[in-house]
Design a protein around this ligand. Structure first.
Ligand code: SF4
Length: 486
């Protein structure tokens, strides 16, 4: 059977979508491989959140041109956000691209690939030449449903239309042996329209799966050995707000957390990413009373300046955000707070930046992703006239990273000498002779792979297990320790 390689750019939602595509291809008998050179089908699941992400995927596909020349039977495809935003125009400069599939159509990818593989095989066996790129540029067919294209000679398939119910199609995944963590997609899209963000265009309006469907997926994962799930959504805490009612003053998201929490055998429950808007008392209460919810919240701040928050269309103030952090910290002792921050948003003065810096120092985040603002076409912020000089963005970026790194180091140092629970994920990426896992606060811990001793004298690998580790030192962004084995 043909072999496929799938490369994912961007966020965890994209990772999850790629796993769904991989599952569907494997169900048709396709074999997954780790490098494009071994593959018959190469799929790039793209990100559009920054221009750089677009350029990376386009550059990668450009480099695959040589492979396309040498191996005409191969199938090449763009999936995901950039595919959604650019559609058939992606075929213009990359004539060997066969497939462009948007964010609501991942569940059709395997069938499209299978059709393309078969058609190429037939054409090669008939010794018919490929259509020229000029044929492909006549894109109108590309937007029609696939059935209408079955009879023509065009190889390319473009499908970027909306599809009702597509949020419920990201529901299957293959697990690696001893895989203990998994992502579960609970909703798609976003209605918030932050002025810097293209997600509402690429992912569409908010649509949520039902609680029953999500719980069934979690149960299945747990029955296959998963101990920790992360519920995924662009604005995860606003899950279900258009579809499901509040019950006993609890939002649909809190109802979902309670239902997933009841799944027997599940040890840890995470969610990402919430929006400060809609992070209400019922959710804070859930953090204080649901023990499987881990001690970590990733809460995007974006800016500490109220003027910039307003320009970003983030409907909260720096003061409200700081108060929310205080309430979350009161709800659960030792909870880690991480964040996303954009520096150099249009119109950001020294004073605005200073307000962000001061707030970051005051809150003392466990960690933060700091981004230089990068204009994203088709977003309001890209049209703003007061864009910031790149050097200044870089200066602010470096300066803020220093503040974040200092608080990260301080927090890690405090853990030296303590005992933490780690869910072991597998070999460390930098030293495969060691194991790595994460604490409930999402800190990476590296430790040696001593076998776990059982009363019977048998040993068992630690991968996929919860292990208590005594922390001996902190270095960079990781902790190092020794497993405490009975
Ligand atoms: S909340 Fe804002 S930043 Fe997040 S996905 Fe929605 S529009 Fe984009």
């Amino acid at each position: 059977m043909p072999k496929f390689f799938i490369k994912t750019y961007g966020c965890q939602m994209n990772e999850r979508d790629s796993e769904q595509v991989a599952h569907s291809l494997a169900a048709l008998g396709y074999e997954r491989v780790g490098h494009e050179s071994e593959a018959d089908v190469v799929l790039l699941n793209t990100c559009s959140v920054r221009d750089m992400a677009d350029q990376k995927a386009l550059g990668k596909m450009g480099m695959l041109g040589q492979l396309a020349k040498e191996r005409p039977h191969m199938v090449f495809g763009f999936l995901g956000c950039m595919a959604q935003a650019r559609g058939a125009s992606l075929l213009k400069n990359l004539p060997y691209v066969d497939l462009v599939v948007g964010t609501q159509k991942f569940h059709h990818v395997a069938d499209y690939v299978d059709e393309l593989v078969a058609r190429k095989k037939n054409r090669i066996s008939e010794n018919v030449e490929r259509p020229t790129p000029i044929n492909r540029e006549q894109a109108p067919n590309a937007q029609r449903p696939i059935e209408n294209r079955m009879d023509d000679l065009r190889f390319s398939i473009v499908d970027i239309e909306e599809e009702a119910g597509s949020q419920s199609t990201i529901r299957d995944q293959q697990l690696m042996p001893r895989q203990a963590t998994a992502f579960v997609s609970i909703m798609q899209g976003c209605n918030m329209h932050c002025t810097f963000c293209i997600v509402p265009q690429t992912r569409g309006a908010e649509r949520s799966r039902s609680i029953g469907e999500i719980v069934a997926e979690v149960r299945d994962l747990v029955s296959r050995g998963v101990k920790e799930v992360t519920l995924l959504g662009q604005i995860v805490n606003l899950y279900g707000r258009h579809e499901f009612p509040k019950v006993d003053n609890k939002s649909p998201f809190v109802q979902l957390l309670e239902s997933v929490h009841e799944v027997e055998g599940l040890e840890r429950l995470r969610f990402t990413s919430p929006h400060p808007i809609g992070f209400r008392d019922d959710l804070i209460d859930a953090i204080s009373r649901l023990p499987k919810l881990v001690e970590h919240v990733h809460l995007p701040l974006q800016s500490g300046s109220n003027k910039i928050l307003k320009a970003m269309h983030r409907a909260y103030t720096a003061e409200k955000y700081a108060d929310l952090v205080r309430r979350i910290r009161r709800a659960r002792h030792g909870i880690a707070i991480t964040t996303d921050i954009i520096v150099g948003f249009p119109g950001e003065t020294e004073e605005d930046y200073k307000q962000t810096r001061d707030l970051v120092e005051e809150i003392e985040f466990d960690n933060a992703f700091v981004f230089r603002y990068s204009p994203r076409r088709d977003t309001p912020a890209a049209e703003m006239t007061d864009q910031i000089d790149e050097h200044l963005k870089e200066e602010r970026n470096q300066d803020l990273l220093e503040v974040v790194n200092k608080s990260n180091r301080r927090i890690l140092e405090r853990l030296v000498g303590s005992q933490v629970e780690v869910l072991c994920e597998g070999p460390s990426k930098t030293n495969r002779a060691r194991l790595m896992g994460r604490t409930r606060t999402n800190k990476i811990v590296v430790f040696p792979p001593s076998p776990k001793r059982r009363p019977t004298g048998e040993t068992e690998e630690l991968v996929g297990e919860l292990v208590n580790v005594r922390i001996e030192r902190a270095n960079g962004f990781s902790l190092y320790g020794m497993p405490l084995l009975e």
